[in-house]
Design a protein around this ligand. Structure first.
Ligand SMILES: [Zn+2]
Length: 370
């Protein structure tokens, strides 16, 4: 082993340097020698995107290192760098981890080093409680997207959107009931968002995008910040960071399943399923504005459980499994064995979790609807 490799191994043992400085991944293979930080392969790629005037990246083993460059890593290191660049990350900001979408990860790195938003908090425009701008919104019945003006007003707990310059908003959403979700693969555009919220007696989804990654992430963070502030008013004794963990949530799993009707004679239908914590929604198509149906997933002790295969008398289609609720049985099936295992794992995870107060309100709503 060369002397330089030994030096790197020593440096990597130091606290903080064993994880990527930006996403905490354990696979540290690169470093930025002007910033003096250690990086995972994905974040190293995003640092390259910043340009060499900001970050100069090298592979720890495959590239040649000058002594002065190694000294810089010794002097700075991940903990010191983050003391500076992450000093003022607001609680509402979603710090992306290894599994997060590339838009979130790229914007985190740009916010951190290019715009220095966490050194200068006045640059955090998403914390102002107000945002206004145009987003492309997918139409209710088709692929066509139209530019719509959206207005976020935290003091009113509202997100509104307007058609043309009309005075009255087309829809008003209460931010405190809104969930916002990055679903780039589903929508087919990396810089897109899904808004999900209760609407009348059902649930609505709105799909939007903006060509600028910075803008779409600003909307996402602004909605998180506004919702968190509303939650802090509702739960004044709760910790801001604990509330922030629950402020918005990604769906646990989505995908196509076939679903049987309640009777043996009923046919099978292909549906797009979304597992949103205790709510299992199914839709006629991937980007439907309203789910066709919703199934509340209660606790195992209340009579909710899963079984591999179909109930006797039902035809086996693909890789099937049966979800039993106190009201009825749902025969579902995946095209692939691996996909079925994932669905079963996530549904089991949900029905093993304790029911919260919010869950029982949701259960009540869904029951009244069905
Ligand atoms: Zn990383």
């Amino acid at each position: 082993m060369g002397e330089k490799n030994r030096q790197f191994l020593e440096l990597l043992k130091k606290p903080g340097n064993d994880k990527c400085v930006d996403c905490s991944s354990k696979s540290v293979e690169y470093a930025s020698y002007n910033m003096g930080v250690f990086l995972c392969p994905t974040c190293a790629g995003l640092h390259r995107g910043l340009g060499v005037h900001l970050s100069k990246v090298k592979h720890l083993k495959l590239d040649h290192w000058e002594d002065s460059q190694i000294r810089r890593l010794e002097e700075v290191g991940n903990i010191n760098a983050n003391r500076k660049y992450e000093e003022r990350v607001p609680a509402c900001y979603r710090r992306p981890g290894e599994g997060d979408s590339s838009v979130l990860r790229d914007q985190w790195i740009r916010a951190k080093y290019e715009r220095e938003e966490f050194i200068y908090p006045e640059k955090q425009v998403y914390r102002r409680g107000f945002m206004e701008g145009y987003l492309m919104k997918r139409g209710k019945d088709g692929d066509q997207c139209k530019s719509r003006r959206f207005v976020l007003q935290e003091s009113e707990d509202s997100l509104k959107y307007f058609i043309k310059e009309r005075k009255e908003p087309k829809t008003v959403v209460r931010i405190s009931t809104l969930n916002v979700y990055f679903a780039p693969e589903k929508i087919g555009i990396p810089t897109s968002l899904q808004f999900t919220f209760p609407h009348g007696s059902t649930t609505r989804h709105i799909y939007v995008y903006h060509e600028s990654a910075e803008t779409i992430v600003q909307w996402y963070m602004a909605l998180r910040c506004a919702k968190l502030n509303r939650l802090m008013v509702a739960y004044p004794s709760a910790s801001e960071y604990i509330l922030a963990e629950n402020v918005m949530h990604d769906f646990l799993k989505e995908g196509w399943l076939t679903k049987s009707g309640p009777k043996q004679s009923d046919g099978y239908r292909k549906r797009w399923f979304s597992l949103d914590r205790r709510r299992l929604m199914y839709h006629e198509s991937k980007l439907e504005p309203v789910p066709k149906g919703e199934i509340f997933l209660g606790h195992r002790s209340e009579g909710f459980f899963l079984r591999l295969g179909s109930p006797s008398g039902f035809k086996e289609v693909g890789f099937s499994f049966t979800l039993t609720t106190p009201d009825r049985q749902y025969l579902l099936s995946s095209e692939k064995d691996e996909d079925r295992s994932q669905w079963m794992r996530w549904i089991d995870y949900v029905i093993d979790r304790e029911i919260t107060f919010e869950d029982s309100i949701l259960w009540d709503k869904i029951r009244r609807r069905n």
